[in-house]
Design a protein around this ligand. Sequence first.
Ligand code: SAM
Length: 240
Amino acid sequence: THFGFEEVAESDKAQRVADVFDSVAQRYDLMNDLMSGGLHRLWKAFTIAKSGVREDSRILDVAGGTGDLALAFARKLGRGGQVWLTDINNAMLTRGRDRLCDRGVMVRVAQCDAEKLPFPDDYFDCVTVAFGLRNMTHKNSALAEMRRVLRPGGRLLVLEFSQVWKPLAPAYDFYSFKVIPRLGQLITRDEGSYRYLAESIRVHPDQEGLKSLMEQAGLERVEYFNLALGVVALHRGFKF
Ligand code: SAM
């Protein structure tokens, strides 16, 4: 065949990711609270704190899912600002839009692939992606797209699982490979999706690896902050 192994594996990944989020969308927020003991709320608050948003900022949340970051940003902005909630998955995005509507918060919503963003160059003051980059097939093109839509001086924030402090690794492995899939089975009747979660974390680049990916995509002054001993890291880079 004319398909190389890589291409087949890649299209498998996108399909897998679509299946995972179709399956977990309804219970996604509950699972986040249970798995992280509520900590994901602090990690997201930290992301907002590092975003430098002002009342009139334009913000794009990529892979925004059920809208936690978009909601927090919308509450910080005034009339002149814009928040865009975007995701490739319709089930996640629909849930996000409904949650925000229920809270009386209106943001702009668009279903799109992070690798082909439907926005002009140099448009946003801040682009965020929380727990989304890991799921993307071509992380380099997604990062380059996010940089493209940033205005010069704008910043990209990437919140993602990372490499945990070594002494904690055995306990973390037990938790993520044994406990979380069970919890997933109990709450969502879908153990496989939560096994995928643990696996996808293991193959994702560590702190320094993601920093160099961002630099290769043209981001500058890239730095990162470890959260929960490296379970998660927030990377920040600028476009100049
Ligand atoms: N950002 C939200 C949060 O922090 O709660 C949702 C994170 S959820 C773990 C990952 C999201 O990435 C899913 O909603 C999934 O549909 C989305 N996603 C995966 N691949 C994507 C892509 N290529 N473009 C845009 N979104 C994508």
